[in-house]
Design a protein. Sequence first.
Lengths: 159, 183
Amino acid sequence: MEKEQERFESDLRRIAPAPAPADLMERLRAVRNFSQPASRPEPRRSSGMIDFFLGLRWVMAATSVVVAAILFVRMETRPAAEARKSSPATVPIKANAVQVDHALVSSFDAVAQLPDGEPVRFLCRKWIDDVVMRDPSHGVVIEHSSPRLEVIPVRFETY
Amino acid sequence: MTPVTLPRQDRVNGGWQHEPDETSEWDQWLAQHAPKLLLFARQQARCEADACDLVQDAVVESWRLQSNGSPPPLGLVFATIRRRAIDLARREDRRLNREKAAHQAVPQDWFDSGVEDRERARLVQNAMRNLPEIQREVITLKVWGGLTFAEIAEALEIPANTAASRYRYGLEQLHKLTKEVFA
């Protein structure tokens, strides 16, 4: 059985594929002449000076990487070291003591009508908001006052 | 008189000029493998023009992948032909054109033979046409493409065992169909 298969395979191989047409062969030859692989290596240059500069290129690249690494390490360790050395003057202001006060200036009511004629009452209050912030260590006091109008609509009860 | 070999100035201004031995290597490669590639492409395509285009595209694509500029591995070219044939079949407009062309075109001979083998070649071609495609392509790649089962598996993107079993069943079937000529 095995021998019969081998004999049949060799019989089949004896029948050669038909030759490619001449025009296809020409096209395939032209492929070789008119195009080249994208990653084809450049012919090697043998100049000693060029080789030296090519080697130098790698040294420069390695040096820049080392310098970048040193700078990075220094930047990472710098804040802690500087915090230890820094004077009180450079410490930012801390808003530890903050006082907030709301002073009622006036209160009044206003009445208006909705488009459908329904009356609406507005409860109006005028406030002054005071904020005082102190930092005794720096002797800093910051005060800020701002007026505020509060309007609350209240619907009239209808019976 | 002793022949003198003059040095060639092939690389002018950094440009690439092909060495004569490379060109002859390429020509040899083409002469040896183009018929096999075309045989496979003819089975994948439905008209001669598409088959020729498939071979050309696959050779160019495979060759461009070679970093050293040497001829591409045969398995890679077969695989590329198959992939491109599938792409071609997916294009509806090309399919319609191809079917029209297939009706009009004269059937191409897959095999080369002298007068005495012409009948045998025709019978084998007809028998091959009657085989399922999955068996026909494995037989073509093994018998005429000269690929191993591992290479066929890679080209057709199937397991090697599957390639081997398809080959075995296909060969049995082909043997039955051509018994009268190979008795």
